[in-house]
Every structure is written in structure tokens, then in C-alpha cells.
Design a protein around this ligand. Structure first.
Ligand SMILES: *Cc1c(COP(=O)(O)O)cnc(C)c1O
Length: 422
């Protein structure tokens, strides 16, 4: 059955971020907790939460029951001219967990579109007020999605080259450190008059290679942008919902953003959903008797009642004492493992932000997403029954919170073994 599915898949499917000529795809037929099972019954520990989305484990019975109930009550309704209880309750509950200045919720259906909406909010905010501020600031090496706007504000590289001419101009800055903050500020100062907003991944640049920066330096940079009337778009699509050890990355910062973006863990990884929240001030720039001042953006599945039901159920689980204790345990286990790894001669660097753990394998060439290490490590871990997707020579762990102490130890063990054998 396994081979049959592989063959049929090959004939018809084109997979994401994949050179189809050299890739193969494992058919997964079932998931439970932190495990996924292939068609032959082989079990894999999902150490990357299936592209960073799964919070509470696969096929969680509580989320499944809530979605199933919703499916039999109201599966979908147009969100223009209509609303539904789930979207109301989810917005109310999410806003109570976010900084006080976040007042309004705009729904989409994935992370990239949550970013598109955030960018449009900022650009149209100034347009509606008759101001000419239309440049966007972003970090080098950032990642905000694959649609054209999101791609434009993401780090440029081999994967954006084919579209280079079509990407709009962005003012790129380095992530802040104590040393370079002054230089970054004077660069921003030069462009402050035309800069509409600054979009950034707080604390962890995920797809860029699990790069991490200090909360203090970021807070200072945010504060400086605010003083220059540059709107802050905080992309919590990856780091939100407990990943950094706190509920949101903003909980580590002493400044608060104007706009926040969420997706990935928002529904516990069950269904696609995107959220962009904003301040009353931004909302008010669109609030008018003039119809042309409205935000002209929407998707067929805006605020899907099913996805909202999953998000509500996921929030219930996330706020449980048990889940919070599991998050604390994972943070502690990672820390201890990091201390062990640091001493290994093949380890160049160890990084951790809460439940997100990364290590750089020492290689001769420069660190790169296209490093051949991926071709060696990825199949090695799979063969050992662990799903990890190294970014080049960077091995990282983003486990679902239900991952047991023992399963984490197994993952660590296999990494150490790989370091010794490969
Ligand atoms: C994954 C990701 C996105 C894009 O989300 P999609 O749902 O994949 O479009 C945006 N920002 C960050 C930080 C991400 O990790």
C-alpha cells in the first residue's frame, strides 16, 4: 500500500519547496499525539510539529469533537454582511490575552495573508490620512510568507531570485544587538519620513535558520520606530501560542506593536486560519462615511467557523495547567540538552528560545539552507523514526507540547548518535 500511494502521488502531486526530480514523499495515513504513522505502520515522532503548526498533538480528540460539532451546525458563512458566534468569541478571547492596545481582529486563512493584510493596513492607514509614507522596513533574513507582498518583505535569496524584478522595494536592516543599534537607528532616521511600517519576527527568525536576537535590543528598536511614527507589525505566526515559553513573544518585550499577525499554532495546527490584530488608532483611519476608506481585502474562507472552532478548542487546551507545565518541562529539557551539546566538537552553536531549540552543525562551507547536510541528516533521522527537517546544517526542534519526556530524550539521543556517526 505504501509503494502504491508513493507511485500515485508522484504521478499527480507537486509538493511545496521541493525539487521533484530528487524528492520522495512518505504517505502518512494517521496521527496521534506527537506521532504520525505511514501506510506501512511505521511510527515517526513529529519533532517539528508538521511545519511548526501542531501544538497539542495530532488528531486531538477535544479539538476533533469541537470541529465535528461545528461541522454539523454551521460549516461556512460569508463574513461580509454576516458574522457568527465563533468569530466573536475567538476575537474576544484572543484580545484579552494580547497587549491592551490590540482592539480589532481581521481574519484571513493563512500566515502569508495575515501579513498581506498587515501591510495593507499600514499603507492604507497613511493613504487614508493623506500622508505620503509608503516604504516598509524589514529584517534581513526574515521570513513572512510566500505571496508577493510577504515575499517582498522577506529576506532575499536563491528562492526569491526568479521573482526579483516583481518584488517591491524594502528597506532592510540587521537584527539589533547592543553593538549595532546606533547604526540601525541612524539608517532608520534617514528614511523615517517615508517609512510606513516595520515588519519583523520577534526574537526568533524561523525559516531564516532559527536565528535569535535579544528582547532588550528589539524593544529598544521598537521604541525608536514608535518615536519616528513608524507602525510596528509583529509577526507572531511562528512564535505565538507558547513557543517561546511565554504565551506570546510580546510577553518578553517592554514595547508593544501596533499590529500583530497569527496563524500556524492558532488552531492548534488543525485547520488553516490567519489573524491580523490592530489598534483602535489604525482601525479609526478606515472608519468613515467615505466608502472608499474601507479595507478592501477578503478571502472566501474568511473566519471559517470550523477553523475558529478549532482555534477556540486549541486555546482551551493551551491555557490548561497541564499544558503550561509541559511547556516548562520542554524548556528545561532543551536547556539541559543544550549544555551537553555545547561541549561537542561538531557543534558550532546552540540556540534556544523557550520550546524552540536549534544547533548548528560545524561544516567547512558557510551555513546555508542549500547545504548538503540536509540531504544526509533528513533521511538519517527519518530512518530512526524521527521527523526533523534541518535547514541546511541547522538542526532544530519545535515539538508539540504533548511530546513526552521520554520521546524528547529519544530525539536528543538520536541527535547525539548522528553527531558521533555522521
Ligand atoms: C510560516 C510563516 C509565515 C507564513 O505562514 P503561511 O501560513 O505558511 O503562509 C509567516 N511568518 C512567519 C514568521 C512564518 O514562520
Amino acid at each position: 500500500m505504501q509503494q502504491e500511494l508513493i507511485d500515485r502521488d508522484r504521478k499527480v502531486n507537486w509538493h511545496p519547496y521541493t525539487q521533484m526530480k530528487t524528492a520522495s514523499h512518505i504517505p502518512i495515513v494517521r496521527g496521534e499525539g506527537s506521532y504520525i504513522y505511514d501506510a506501512d505502520g511505521k511510527r515517526y515522532i513529529d519533532a517539528v510539529s508538521s511545519w511548526w503548526v501542531t501544538l497539542h498533538g495530532h488528531a486531538h480528540p477535544y479539538i476533533a469533537a469541537k470541529v465535528s460539532e461545528q461541522l454539523q451546525t454551521l460549516e461556512q458563512v460569508i463574513f461580509a454582511g454576516f458574522t457568527h458566534p465563533n468569530a466573536i468569541e475567538l476575537s474576544e478571547r484572543l484580545l484579552t490575552l494580547l497587549p491592551d492596545n490590540q482592539e480589532k481582529v481581521f481574519y484571513t486563512d493563512n500566515g502569508s495573508t495575515a501579513i498581506e493584510v498587515a501591510l495593507k493596513m499600514c499603507l492604507q492607514f497613511h493613504y487614508n490620512r493623506g500622508e505620503k509614507k509608503n516604504k516598509i522596513l524589514a529584517f534581513r533574513n526574515g521570513y513572512h510568507g510566500d505571496t508577493f507582498g510577504a515575499m517582498s518583505v522577506s529576506g532575499r535569496g536563491l528562492w526569491t531570485n526568479p521573482f526579483g524584478e516583481q518584488l517591491f522595494e524594502v528597506l532592510f536592516i540587521d537584527v539589533p544587538t547592543k553593538e549595532n543599534l546606533k547604526e540601525i537607528k541612524s539608517y532608520i532616521d534617514l528614511h523615517a519620513r517615508e517609512a510606513a511600517c516595520f515588519v519583523y519576527e520577534p526574537l526568533v527568525q524561523g525559516a531564516g535558520g532559527m536565528l535569535m536576537h535579544e528582547a532588550e535590543a528589539l524593544s529598544e528598536l521598537m521604541q525608536f520606530c514608535k518615536s519616528k511614527e513608524i507602525l510596528l507589525i509583529q509577526d507572531e505566526i511562528f512564535v505565538g501560542f507558547g513557543r517561546t515559553g511565554k504565551l506570546f513573544a510580546v510577553d518578553h518585550l517592554s514595547e508593544i506593536p501596533d499590529i500583530m499577525c497569527f496563524s500556524k499554532g492558532l488552531t492548534g495546527g488543525t485547520l488553516p486560519l490567519g489573524i491580523t490584530t490592530c489598534t483602535e488608532e489604525i482601525y479609526n483611519a478606515f472608519y468613515s462615511d467615505d466608502k472608499t476608506k474601507a479595507l478592501f481585502h477578503g478571502h472566501s474562507f474568511t473566519a471559517s467557523p470550523l477553523a475558529c472552532a478549532a482555534a477556540l478548542a486549541s486555546l482551551d487546551l493551551l491555557l490548561l495547567k497541564d499544558t503550561q507545565r509541559n511547556i516548562e518541562r520542554i524548556v528545561k529539557q532543551h536547556k539541559e540538552f543544550g549544555e551537553v551539546l555545547k561541549k561537542h566538537p561538531k557543534v558550532k552553536e546552540v540556540r534556544q528560545a523557550g520550546t524552540i531549540f536549534a544547533m548548528e552543525w560545524r561544516i567547512n562551507e558557510e551555513t546555508s539552507y542549500f547545504s548538503d547536510m540536509h540531504e544526509i541528516l533528513y533521511p538519517y533521522f527519518l530512518q530512526r523514526g524521527i521527523l526533523m527537517r534541518p535547514l541546511g546544517n541547522i538542526i532544530y526542534l519545535v515539538p508539540p507540547y504533548c511530546t513526552t519526556k521520554e520521546d524528547l530524550e529519544e530525539i536528543y539521543h538520536v541527535i547525539l548518535e548522528a553527531l558521533d556517526i555522521l
